[in-house]
Each structure stands twice: as structure tokens, then as C-alpha cells.
Write a protein that binds this ligand. Sequence first.
Ligand SMILES: O=C(Cc1cc(-c2ccc3c(-c4nc5ccccc5[nH]4)n[nH]c3c2)n[nH]1)Nc1cccc(F)c1
Length: 276
Amino acid sequence: RQYSLSSFEIGRKLGKGKFGKVYCARDKATGYVCALKVMEKKELIHFKVEKQFRREIEIQSNLRHPNILRLFGHFHDSERVFLILEYAGQGEMFKVLRKKGRFDDVLASQYICQIASALSYLHKKHIIHRDLKPENLLIGLDGEVKLSDFGWSVHTPTSRRTTMCGTLDYLPPEMVEAKDHDSRVDLWALGVLTYEFLVGNPPFEEPAHKATYKRISKVDLKIPPYVSVEAADLIRRLLQHQPERRFPLDQIPDHPWIVKNRPYWPTNNAADKKSG
Ligand SMILES: O=C(Cc1cc(-c2ccc3c(-c4nc5ccccc5[nH]4)n[nH]c3c2)n[nH]1)Nc1cccc(F)c1
């Protein structure tokens, strides 16, 4: 289907992304609500991100997973590019985290388990996200987490070519030391994210980049006493300096912290019998 700006009724501004603004929009033909991201072509050219942008469209168009934000389509006019993205009903994760301060074990473990499922799906397609952090997470209408922003994702194995910008907080030792890296960089980031969900700030945060870099490289990890034993166990198993020692994604659903905090769904026997 060919889209143009006139295909949509534009609603309120949802946020300002890296390179553009995002609006709530309704597709006139179907009534479907989406998030329309508008980016200026001259900005993409100025920041020399066209290649990365095309790669992100390519990657995200072909992904289908309940915890990965959908890209339904894209179109452009003379000076702008438009992305038709899935609308996430409860908005941006980092705003919820800042407002709440930190999450309890039940909420944090549900989010981490969903993110692990999305990462496992990506890794099976030989895609590493490489930019996992609260700013790149959204929350759907039913409270499910949605991974978005694959601007830094690449096909494994790879060594970084573009210079890093933004926070170092989520980078594993092998990346801050600019060594070759693989999908296990996402395991480290998942550990950082688990810590940040439960504590409210990332584990190696320091005012100066150099200090953050040193604490990451030494895995200078201090877990506050209020963090549960099971959560601390998973954080330590993910924040391992050696990538091969990091806890595997596929074992996360069976980790005690996840199992213990999985909400009990009263089974309806009929449904049980039907599903066998
Ligand atoms: O740029 C992004 C990621 C992205 C997603 C979004 C984004 C931002 C906000 C929302 C929202 C949303 N829902 C809200 C509800 C309440 C308050 C705020 C909300 N924001 N839904 N979907 C969104 C999507 N901004 N940037 N992807 C991208 C970029 C280039 C190429 C490509 F294929 C994908």
C-alpha cells in the first residue's frame, strides 16, 4: 500500500526522537492509530546517518515479535522522511522509570523476561541490538515492553566502525576496549538494565566518562542491600567481564528471580483441557 501524509490525521506530539519528532496519527483508511516519525532529510544527510537509517528500516521492517516495536511502512516527500511505527499505548519506559524511581521485583522481572525474549529472537536472526537502555524501550497498552530504535544494531559478528556517542553506561568491557564483540554485548546490557530497573540508576554511572570506563572494565559492581538475593544473582551472572561466562538468554525464563515473581494466572480448567 502506498502511503502519503494525507493518508493520516495527525494527533498530538508524542516525543522528540534523536533525529525527528513523533506524532500520534490515525490512518484514515483503516482508523488504525500509529506513531508517525518525521525526519528532515537534510538532518539525516548532515549527521551522515542515511546508511544507518536505511539499515534500520531494512532490519525493523522484517521483525515480528510482540516485544519489538513494529515498523509498518515508510514514505517521503521532497524534504522529509516519514516512518509509520507501532503506537505504544503506555509510552516511554524511561519516563515511567524516572517517575517511579525504581521498579519492584514483579514488574522488573516481567520486563526483563520480555526483553530477553525479544533479544533471543534477534540473536537467532544474527542481529545484535547494541543499544539496550530505558530510552529505547516503550510500553504497550497491556503493559508489555517494546524494544525500539535499532539504529546501532548490526549483524554479528562485528567490530564497531562508527564512533560511540551518548552514554557509556550500557557498554560492556569488550566494547569500551574496542575489541571484537558479538551478541553477548546485549547480555551485559540486559544486566545493566536489570540493575537500573531495580536501583533507579545504572551500576557504573560516574560523572566523568573515564571513571565510568574504568568501573566497567573492572566490573566495579556494588549492589544495594534492598535488591533481592535472586535479582542480585541474575545481575552478577549477566555482568561478567568474559562474554562466554554471561548467563544465556534462553535460561532467563527459568531463573529463580523470574520464576519466583511470575504472577500466578488462575487456570480455567476448560481452557486447560482445551489447550491440553
Ligand atoms: O526512530 C526509531 C525509533 C523510534 C520510535 C519512536 C517512538 C516514540 C514514541 C512512541 C509512542 C508513544 N506512545 C505514547 C503514549 C503516551 C505518551 C507518549 C507516547 N509515545 N508509540 N510509539 C512510539 C515510537 N521514536 N523513535 N526507529 C526507526 C528510525 C529509523 C528507521 C527505522 F526503521 C526505525
